[in-house]
Write a protein that binds this ligand. Structure first.
Ligand SMILES: *Cc1c(COP(=O)(O)O)cnc(C)c1O
Length: 439
């Protein structure tokens, strides 16, 4: 445990590792943070300095780092079976997980990938292939929302609307359609979130009227567009989208990769709209932040369209680690913790307990559009200059708080094991940072 160890890992990482989503040259001045170990909501460096993981390690961690219960489940599985090919073989964790996810979502036929982006690819390919198996070969186009994020492989990037990530690769991407975002911050003065959501949904209808025979699916991030900067919207939008997809014969893909597993307050965000999508994509929190795993669940009708004597009508898609037994076992333990610890109710109680603290932060003169949904808190910082996000990141880090603002949006998306006192401390730290004038 020393300053020297920190420096050494930092230097070796800079030389050997190409870090994600990063202009590496920036690390000439912005230090990489070497983490020696984790403990609950805390990440600890080689000097023993502690950072509260306010972004759940990129939205994946639910029950803390080095969680004893998660560790024990994975260790137990490790001694039985780490992995087996899933084509033509099966194992206990993948069967049990598929059954449980089916019960929770009302969809089934769990098809596994390793990362969120691969789940998006699977859903897009399945949707197109479904229509093709029904003789509707012209349905080849996809629709996503403005400011959407669905991952960064080429197919997923084509339905992602974040120019910083997609513009460079535009010549490689298949054109797809964008419809108006229901983000309530875009509402007109005096227009409520619900009225605006319904007005935004008119854009779907205009497109469907014009092009439904060419459209395979509409893909949405239910209730909150995470990468857009926690852009939250009214569930009426999802109900309207569901009705329009039914009316015009277009699939609805719910990308709950970030919002699933309790993040929005319900197990899955779609529940708050009372709708069932045709496909649901899950990843991130699915293993509690332990192992890469993603899954696409679909309706019986979708599955039936592939079930045939003809091999090519089947879904001939695979990843080497499909249905990895260790990852599935981690996911089963996550679901068991949700049940045993009544996690959703516990989170609701925490949100209530810190409501006054968040209100105090929301009232800060530099804060705009403060919002909360389940275990997500977000706001914009007024008068933020270019480069705000990295300055705020560094200032928060110096105070032992790991945050990654998106432009001038500061958000907190902590592991669910965070305590009320820790949440209060985070809000106090945020107020201190704003008072100090970090801009
Ligand atoms: C993170 C994310 C993805 C991509 O998941 P990866 O595991 O990073 O590939 C897709 N959709 C949404 C909504 C996400 O937040």
């Amino acid at each position: 445990m020393s300053e020297q160890a920190n420096q050494e890992w930092l230097a070796r990482s800079r030389r050997a590792v190409w870090h994600p989503c990063t202009q590496m040259k920036r690390h000439e001045t912005l230090p990489i943070v070497p983490i020696a170990r984790g403990e609950g909501v805390w990440l600890i460096d080689f000097e023993g300095k502690r950072y509260l993981d306010g972004v759940s390690s990129w939205w994946v961690n639910l029950f803390g780092h080095a969680n004893p219960r998660m560790n024990a489940a994975i260790a137990d599985q490790l001694n039985r079976l780490e992995h087996v090919i899933l084509a033509g073989f099966t194992q206990q964790p993948v069967v049990e997980l598929s059954e449980q996810l089916g019960e929770l979502t009302g969809l089934g036929h769990a098809f596994y990938g390793s990362d969120g982006a691969s789940a998006t690819e699977i859903a897009l390919k399945m949707s197109y292939h479904y229509w093709r198996n029904h003789g509707q070969t012209g349905k080849t186009e996809f629709v996503s929302l403005q400011n959407s994020y669905h991952g960064e492989t080429l197919g997923a990037l084509a339905v992602t609307d974040v120019p910083l990530f997609s513009a460079t690769y535009a010549p490689l991407l298949r054109a797809s359609h964008r419809v108006c975002s229901p983000d309530w911050r875009l509402a007109a003065a005096g227009e409520g979130a619900e009225a605006y959501a319904l007005r935004a949904a008119e854009d779907i209808e205009r497109l469907f009227q014009a092009r439904a025979p060419q459209l395979a699916a509409l893909i949405v991030e239910p209730l909150c567009q995470g990468a857009a900067g926690m852009a939250m919207y009214h569930p009426a939008y999802l109900r309207r989208a569901r009705a329009l997809c039914d009316q015009y014969g277009v699939h609805l893909i719910a990308d709950e990769i970030a919002m699933g597993f309790g993040r929005t307050g319900s197990m899955f965000a779609c529940e708050q709209a009372g709708i069932r999508p045709d496909f649901i994509c899950l990843s991130k929190g699915i293993t509690g932040g332990y192992l890469p795993l993603s899954v696409v669940l679909s309706s019986d009708e979708i599955y039936a369209a592939f079930y045939d004597e003809d091999v090519t009508r089947g879904f001939l898609h695979s990843h080497s680690y499909t249905g990895n037994a260790l990852a599935c076992r981690a996911a089963l333990e996550v679901l068991a913790i949700f049940r045993d610890d009544k996690v959703l109710a516990g989170n609701r109680a925490k949100v209530e307990a810190v409501a006054a603290d968040f209100a105090l932060l929301a009232a800060h003169p530099r804060v705009a559009d403060a919002r909360q949904l389940g275990m997500i808190w977000a706001f914009e910082v007024k008068e933020a200059a270019a480069g705000f996000s990295s300055r705020f990141f560094s200032a928060a880090l110096a105070k032992g708080l790991l945050l990654r603002p998106v432009n001038n949006t500061v958000y907190l998306m902590p592991p669910y094991v965070i305590s009320v006192e820790e949440l209060q401390q985070v809000f106090a730290t945020l107020r201190a940072l704003l008072d100090e004038g970090v801009a």
